[in-house]
Ligand binder design. Structure first.
Ligand SMILES: NC(=O)c1ccc[n+]([C@@H]2O[C@H](COP(=O)([O-])OP(=O)(O)OC[C@H]3O[C@@H](n4cnc5c(N)ncnc54)[C@H](OP(=O)(O)O)[C@@H]3O)[C@@H](O)[C@H]2O)c1
Length: 319
């Protein structure tokens, strides 16, 4: 029998690739979106509307929901914390309640920004102490706690899994959809900068682990298969897992890779290290490296596509 997966946020950077991975693997993969919904593949669902969530679940009847819909823009979350709370926390709790009462597995996508990223702390394990650096990270952490507490209150075993991931890149409609893809656009923009004009400054301090959205999709599919397998019914499977590439780079390191691939000069860009301003209230994560050991222990492949190789293929650079 064909298995059915529902992906919230399927019009976004991650959800679109998660949907495609399940689809290629033979699942019936239905996505949801809001402003960029395009039925029948991506149906419209305002996740803030609990009744609409229930209606869509009853129509689609999925075995698993991969929950990618969120506000993941730190500036927007800080500007409107109550809206971020409603979307990232309250709607996630409503979704968990609706999936659990229907016996559906929920995979809640979270972030490495649940950790402070202070120097000397990484790598972080699923049980490492959390301390989000901003409102975005706090709401994602509160969302984790909300979905796990719904599962606990309903004594639903192996029905909710949190999957934390770091900064993502991959196929995107708009480079601005990814904090990594956008650097390629900036490299192109920098080609127009004249010697007397200010250069584009790129962070050369915070360590990032850019992870491909299709790899995250594959891990979601493998998790769904494992958690839905009746042979694992009696097992106590982990409820918090982490996935990350091991490609460690600053944003400046990333633009250097792009410049090399494209054969473009970096004259219009320059690295910068953010100034320490004691008391400015801004917490800057330095290294949020996520340990993937718990996924490996489950037998899930944590390998990733090579960053340079993927980008060469994406931009058709065969040098
Ligand atoms: N991007 C990253 O680097 C990154 C890193 C770590 C973790 N994550 C996590 O990964 C997940 C996916 O992120 P992403 O980068 O794919 O985000 P994204 O590209 O900004 O997509 C967000 C999705 O959420 C949907 N959405 C927003 N408000 C909604 C609402 N009220 N009802 C229903 N859908 C709504 C959007 O729909 P429309 O566009 O159709 O309105 C869109 O499909 C998030 O949980 C994020 O926290 C992302």
């Amino acid at each position: 029998m064909t298995q059915i997966v529902l992906i919230t946020g399927a019009s976004g950077l991650l959800g679109s690739q998660v949907q495609s991975v399940f689809d290629i693997d033979g699942w019936k993969a239905i996505g949801t979106g809001l402003t960029r919904a395009s039925p029948p593949e991506i149906v419209k669902l305002d996740i803030l509307d609990a009744t609409a969530i229930e209606r869509v679940l009853d129509e689609v009847k999925p075995q698993v929901v991969i929950h990618c819909a969120a506000n993941r823009f730190p500036d927007s979350c800080s500007a409107n914390p109550s809206a971020a709370q409603a979307l990232n926390v309250d709607s996630s709790a409503a979704l968990a309640s609706a999936t659990i009462s229907r016996g559906i597995l929920l995979v809640y996508i979270s972030t490495d920004y649940v950790f402070s990223g202070r120097k000397g702390e990484a790598p972080y394990h699923p049980a490492s102490p959390t301390d989000p650096p901003n409102v975005y990270g706090q709401t994602k952490l509160d969302g984790e706690k909300a979905v796990l507490s719904v599962a606990e209150s309903k004594t639903a075993k192996n029905k909710v899994v949190v999957l934390r991931v770091p900064v993502l890149y991959g196929s995107a409609n708009d480079p601005k959809d990814s904090a990594v893809n956008v650097l390629m656009s900036q490299l192109w923009e920098s080609q127009k900068i004249q010697p007397d004009q200010p250069k584009i400054k790129v962070d050369d301090w915070a360590l990032r682990y850019p992870t491909n959205t299709s790899d995250v999709g594959r891990v979601c599919r493998d998790l769904a298969t494992l958690y839905l397998d009746p042979a694992n019914e009696e097992r106590e499977l982990p409820s918090v897992l982490q996935f990350s590439s091991e490609d460690r780079m600053t944003k400046w390191g990333i633009v250097n890779v792009f410049a090399e691939i494209m054969g473009l000069p970096l004259d219009g860009m320059e690295p910068f290290v953010p100034e320490e301003k004691p008391g400015d209230g801004v917490k800057r994560p330095y290294d949020c490296h996520l340990d993937t050991g718990a996924l490996k222990d489950l037998g899930i492949n944590v390998g990733t596509v090579n960053f340079q190789f993927w980008w060469r293929k994406e931009v058709g650079a065969f040098r």
